[in-house]
Write a protein that binds this ligand. Structure first.
Ligand SMILES: [Zn+2]
Length: 450
């Protein structure tokens, strides 16, 4: 190519977001914030006004796309806000996040509420931000206006969400929502825990992790996943299971996928890292819903990723204040169920992947390309001509010890990972061809158009 790029990246090691393309040396040309050419480094004739030379110690990845983030602003900005969340994202190599429709006030269940979210986010985002809309009982007339206003898709719960303004739907309402969304070309993300099964097991109060886990058995998830599958089968709508923890559900998800049901699923760094055996009594920092399960379950989730039954790894960054985790009493019943890990998703997942002999090409496919596809972000998640020049430069063999003082989300003391040794230091995050500058937020608010 004869033209001079604004930026030429010469990477000895690069992965593109395609799991089948091994790590290799690439030259990447960027003009006006977009990738214009990707060539083998050895044969490249690309030139650039600026050149970023990357050595053997770092790998160029597509910027991560985290499609499962609860920002909580407006309304619960004391839990988390757009400025702090997107700063944490950028520090973790995430260049796009998609905000969940609950935990803010208003919840994103009407087009007006989406407009309020966008006003709150405007001008303070360090990375690009998209939005999911919400499906709650009775808001079917709002789905088309929300889709037209650019939500990436929709999210619903099958059990209590913990937010009174975001009630769950029942099986009939789930089916109706999938039927309404199919012609709009938007996925329905489902928090798959069964209200009926959860009511039967009852709530747990106390410090014991075993007790908390026993009150949230795999069956609560399994029953809900089965309902989601049949609703997707009956309607032809695209259902996506968020934060799968129960490995029991993998065979039925695989079976439905083989049969052509439009069904995808994700899991999260905490289910791939933590184990019930290691969580001490009173360690409410590790509480999330569904819960972290046994080590054997964790291995089966890794197998589900390898077998491509699970398509992606996203954070489910679900922030809260320190007192909401009830750290003094350590009561699993009282504590907020959610883990804040936006900044650590890549090193957590990479540390576990590396231990299992899985390379960064695959990790980038799980953490960049697949979530971008789910959210319909056609210019995100891959290093290829025509895509946004969003990159993460990672030193994969450099280790770190998690220091809450280095975390940028609003309440770093809520992290369950303090003191944990990890591999993978994010050296640089580029958004549309420029390094993210904490003093100058350049993130755009994205609208899905197709
Ligand atoms: Zn969530």
């Amino acid at each position: 190519m004869a033209v001079t790029a604004d930026l030429l990246i010469r990477a000895r090691r690069a992965v593109t977001g395609d799991a089948d393309q091994a790590e290799r040396p690439l030259a990447v040309g960027v003009i006006d914030g977009r990738v214009v050419a990707v060539e083998p480094l050895a044969d490249s004739g690309l030139s650039g006004r600026d050149t970023l030379e990357l050595g053997e110690d770092v790998v160029l990845l597509p910027g991560l796309v985290d499609s499962h983030v609860h920002v909580c602003e407006p309304g619960h900005t004391e839990w988390e806000g757009f400025a702090s969340a997107t700063r944490a994202a950028a520090a973790g190599g995430v260049t796009t996040l998609v905000d969940m429709p609950l935990d803010s006030v208003p919840a994103t269940v009407t087009a007006d509420a989406l407009a309020a979210k966008r006003r709150a986010a405007d001008g303070q985002c360090h990375v690009d931000v998209g939005f999911w809309g919400g499906v709650i009982p009775g808001n079917t007339p709002e789905l088309e206006p929300l889709a037209r206003a650019g939500v990436a898709g929709f999210k619903c719960f099958l059990a209590d969400s913990g937010a009174p303004d975001f009630p769950p739907v029942d099986a009939a309402q789930l089916t109706a929502a999938l039927r309404a969304l199919a012609p709009l070309g938007r996925p329905l993300l489902v928090h798959a825990e069964s209200a009926r099964a959860a009511a039967a097991t009852g709530a747990y109060a106390g410090r014991g992790y075993a007790g908390y886990l026993a009150s949230n058995p795999r069956g609560v998830e399994n029953l809900a996943v089965a309902e989601v599958i049949e609703a997707a089968r009956a309607t032809g709508g695209h259902a996506h299971i968020v934060h799968l923890s129960s490995s029991d559900a993998l065979p039925m998800i695989a079976s439905a996928q083989r049969e052509g049901v439009r069904l995808t699923a994700e899991t999260c760094p905490h289910y791939l890292t933590l184990t019930a055996e290691e969580i001490g009594d009173g360690e409410t920092a590790c509480k999330c819903s569904p819960p972290v399960r046994e080590a054997a379950n964790r291995e089966l989730l890794w197998a589900g990723l390898r077998d491509r039954v699970l398509a992606m790894v996203v954070s489910d960054h679900s922030p809260c204040t320190v007192p909401m985790k009830a750290p003094e009493v350590g009561d699993f019943g009282a504590a907020w169920g959610g883990i804040s890990s936006l900044q650590l998703g890549l090193p957590l997942t990479w540390t576990q992947a590396r231990r299992r002999g899985i390379g960064l090409a695959q990790v980038a496919a799980w953490m960049s390309a697949a979530p971008a596809r789910l959210a319909g972000l056609t210019a995100k998640g891959r290093i290829a001509a025509g895509y946004d020049a969003d990159f993460c430069v990672l030193a994969p063999e450099e280790s770190l010890v998690v220091d809450p003082g280095q975390l940028h989300h609003r309440h770093p003391a809520t992290t369950p990972y303090a003191g944990r040794g990890l591999y993978g230091v994010v050296r640089l995050t580029l958004l549309r061809g420029q390094a993210v500058d904490p003093g100058r937020p350049r993130g755009k608010l994205l609208r899905r158009t197709q």
